[in-house]
Design a protein around this ligand. Structure first.
Ligand SMILES: Nc1nc2c(c(=O)[nH]1)N[C@H]1C(S)=C(S)[C@@H](COP(=O)(O)OP(=O)(O)OC[C@H]3O[C@@H](n4cnc5c(N)ncnc54)[C@H](O)[C@@H]3O)O[C@H]1N2
Ligand code: MOO
Ligand SMILES: [Mg+2]
Length: 415
């Protein structure tokens, strides 16, 4: 029996949705902003929307290499027109003289009085003239001024996490600097007497501290600033000291290991002593003992020590929490799974929702299917380099091969 009198193994576990709602309700956006150049903006979160001060394109321009004409001057196939000017990209053309054509190139301004561009493949240059063997409609091959974006249009919204496409769009409307939220400062440590950092020989009973490096890379991908406190020994006092120090110098404290129930697991009692433990144990596998709380007002996320549990709980909980704290719109912090058919049977209805290491691949007919890794053990780190995502296997349900399964691709979760 557990503290509350229910079945300790399953009944005290919080359903995932409830846990995520609670966690996100505590994610407060860092208020401070800074202005960065476009070269520094990748992965940052926009703190002020971008409104275009120009039309895009700024002027009508040619979509093709060819000849600019007025369609009234090309009534029939085989019309011959004098070429009265040459307009490369970057030129400022004069109005098109009546009854003539202008040589024009992709991206060049369409001259006043021209209303179409005929592609060069259907034209034949004949001395100073061109013979046009296709009749085109007004507007053909012209990209109109303001067709993509108009003056005053909001092109990027506050709360957008900036990627190449957003940065490119800002540049295209002439904006060279962006106001973004400051980076979230995260203090992290790994708890465990068995841990030793890579690069040194293993002693008896030791394993390499992989979690710290996994966590660092996950946090770096989210644009966080890191304060690493290294490895902390498995004692209550050392855990309290590390948590206090971490909380004093960061916006978020993250740990690995020591969140389960053994007497060598000190995170839960330490957080309870120093602050509040707001959530512990979720109905998911792997990652059940995930802990969330506050230490002197600083949020704390304690991920389980098993390397796969750390990875999965980071992606499911810490990532949305961090994104929201960095100012990302809440609607954008939890990824939408895709659906594909199961290439496996799942015969036993489990009590915890399983986030199984899985591969989305193609069957013989080229249809998307999901295959599971051979082991469910949360210690097998190479399963994560085999997998390209997580299959979501609902609690209390069985599945038969061919049924549709939800899948979260790593390509979505790790960006
Ligand atoms: N009696 C019970 N035992 C356990 C339960 C339970 O409900 N009752 N839950 C199990 C589950 S589920 C998980 S997950 C783990 C979580 O354990 P902790 O968070 O307490 O982590 P540790 O005990 O410290 O370590 C677990 C495992 O992971 C290895 N580890 C730890 N840190 C690292 C690191 N930085 N790099 C690489 N590997 C690490 C550690 O050596 C252990 O093998 O608890 C179960 N137990
Ligand atoms: O939750 Mo643990 O992560 O099942 O191994
Ligand atoms: Mg433990």
């Amino acid at each position: 029996m557990s503290d509350c009198g229910c079945d300790a193994v399953t009944d005290c576990l919080k359903p995932l949705e409830e846990a995520l709602t609670l966690l996100l309700s505590h994610a407060k956006a860092v208020g401070e902003t800074e202005t960065v150049s476009l070269a520094e903006a990748n992965g940052r979160v926009l703190a002020e929307s971008v409104v275009s001060q120009i039309n895009m394109p700024p002027w009508d321009n040619s979509a093709m290499d060819g000849y600019a004409v007025n369609t009234a001057d090309v009534p029939a196939v085989g019309t011959k027109l004098v070429v009265s000017q040459r307009i490369p990209a970057g030129a400022a053309p004069i109005p098109l003289a009546a009854g003539t054509a202008a040589r024009i190139f992709t991206g060049a301004p369409v001259p006043p009085n021209a209303n179409a561009v005929v592609i060069q493949e259907v034209c034949e240059q004949a001395g100073e003239s061109v013979i046009i063997s296709e009749v085109v409609a007004p507007g053909a091959n012209i990209r109109l001024a303001g067709e993509d974006t108009q003056i005053g249009q909001e092109v990027l919204q506050t709360g957008t996490r900036l990627g190449a496409q957003h940065i490119g769009l800002a540049a295209s409307v002439g904006v060279g600097e962006l106001k973004v939220y400051r980076r979230l400062k995260v203090a992290l440590f790994s708890s465990g007497d068995e841990l030793i950092n890579p690069g040194q020989p293993l002693g008896p009973g030791q394993i390499y501290n992989s979690n710290e490096y996994t966590m660092q890379a996950l946090l770096q991908a989210l644009g966080c600033e890191l304060v690493s406190l290294g490895i902390v020994e498995d004692t209550f006092d050392a855990t309290c000291a590390a948590l206090t120090s971490a909380a004093a110098q960061a916006d978020l404290v993250m740990t690995s290991g020591g969140v389960s129930v053994g007497e060598e697991d000190h995170l839960k009692p330490a957080v309870e002593k120093l602050g509040s433990l707001d959530m512990w144990k979720i109905a998911i596998r792997p990652g059940k003992p995930l802990a969330f709380g506050h230490i002197q007002g600083t949020p704390f996320i304690g991920t389980p020590g098993n390397p796969v549990s750390l990875f999965v709980t980071f992606l499911l909980f810490a990532r949305p929490f961090i994104l929201k704290s960095q100012g990302v719109n809440e609607a954008m912090v939890v990824p939408t799974p895709l659906l594909a058919k199961a290439d496996f049977d799942w015969p036993k209805a489990e009590k915890r929702r399983e986030f199984a290491r899985a591969q989305l691949n193609l069957d013989d007919q080229g249809q998307a299917q999901i295959s599971l890794f051979s082991s469910r053990s949360s210690g097998v780190l190479n399963s994560l380099t085999w997998a390209n995502g997580l299959a979501i296997l609902p609690e209390q349900q069985t599945l038969a091969r061919g049924e549709m399964v939800q899948f979260l691709p790593f390509s979505e979760l790790l960006k």
